[in-house]
Design a protein around this ligand. Structure first.
Ligand SMILES: Cc1cc2nc3c(=O)[nH]c(=O)nc-3n(C[C@H](O)[C@H](O)[C@H](O)COP(=O)(O)OP(=O)(O)OC[C@H]3O[C@@H](n4cnc5c(N)ncnc54)[C@H](O)[C@@H]3O)c2cc1C
Ligand code: FES
Length: 263
């Protein structure tokens, strides 16, 4: 993909139905990608949507998509063997070098788990990469749980708090993710930790505030933002918040900057 604005036709290898509203599309694509970056997925005559890469390997990428409107609904009609158009990859991803040898606390709400799945797999596959992983993952209800097999697998190596907002489920907690932040013994980690937050804007806002209340300094918190985008290359201004272009300067931001961007 030499022209970064030109979409390339890519074959869908597999469609994994994670939940009623969230599917993962495994697409044949060969390019270098950083954890946490996104691509513009498009369907001719319909439109484009920025989607994070939820996992990747040699010659393939996964996109975990929630159907919410024009483009995403149309993508949901696609099957293995069909074509998707992609351009990218764009944006600044997770600072994985900075995460090396740290205790990682990762807090997600709903599909917010998608943009962190590849780093969770990195930490799972290379246990010496970080000192420990605590994963707090929340979902609205049982029907909205994604990556069920991965959630089970991650339990083997990570400290996990899986929770449904209001419903009861065996082996799961009930309550918002914010309620589990104070269960993490941040003091035990000394200075040696980083916190990652991804989810809907209210979840990120209140979880950020809760982490700070638990003594986490702003500079140890990282978030990924979803804003409406068009060009994805800093030209159209659709994603601009004050002087910040989410497509270029993000979508991953340190909380020192992000706390002024949270809606
Ligand atoms: C960097 C980035 C990464 C993203 N990663 C993912 C991902 O991994 N999986 C995923 O399912 N979605 C992701 N999104 C959101 C996704 O891009 C939107 O849901 C999609 O563009 C909606 O397009 P549509 O044509 O289907 O919906 P539309 O018909 O355009 O809109 C449907 C509804 O969604 C709202 N909406 C549209 N775009 C956005 C947006 N960017 N943020 C918030 N609300 C929006 C509209 O206001 C409207 O209410 C990401 C967005 C960004 C910016
Ligand atoms: S999407 Fe066009 S400037 Fe960011």
């Amino acid at each position: 993909m030499n022209n970064i604005m030109k979409p390339t036709a890519c074959k869908i290898l597999e469609v994994i139905k994670e939940s009623i509203h969230e599917y993962t599309f495994k697409v044949a694509v060969d390019m270098k990608i950083e954890h946490g970056q996104f691509l513009q997925l498009s369907i001719p005559k319909i439109g484009e949507a920025p989607i994070s890469v939820s996992n990747f390997g040699d010659g393939w990428m996964d996109f975990t998509i929630r159907s919410v409107g024009k483009v995403t609904d149309e993508i949901f009609r696609k099957e293995a063997g069909d074509t998707l158009f992609l351009r990218g990859a764009y944006g600044k991803g997770w600072p994985v070098e900075q995460f090396k040898d740290k205790h990682m606390v990762i807090i997600t709400g709903g599909t917010g788990l998608a943009p962190v799945k590849s780093i969770l797999n990195l930490f799972y596959d290379q246990p010496d990469y970080v000192k420990s992983v605590t994963l707090i993952a929340g979902f609205k209800n049982e029907d909205s749980i994604i990556f069920k097999g991965d959630l089970d697998r991650w339990k083997e190596k990570f400290t996990t708090y899986y929770t449904l907002d209001k419903d009861q489920k065996e082996g799961w907690n009930t309550g918002f993710v914010t309620e589990f932040v104070s269960k993490v013994d941040f003091e035990k980690f000394g200075d040696d930790y980083e916190v990652v937050l991804v989810g809907p804007p209210p979840m990120m806002k209140f979880t950020g505030l809760e982490a700070v209340k638990c003594g986490v300094p702003d500079e140890k918190i990282w978030v990924s933002f979803e804003r409406k985008m068009s060009c994805a290359v800093g030209k159209c201004g659709h994603c601009r918040i004050d002087e910040v272009y989410v497509c270029l300067d993000g979508p991953v931001f340190n909380y020192t900057q992000a706390k002024y961007l949270v809606d």
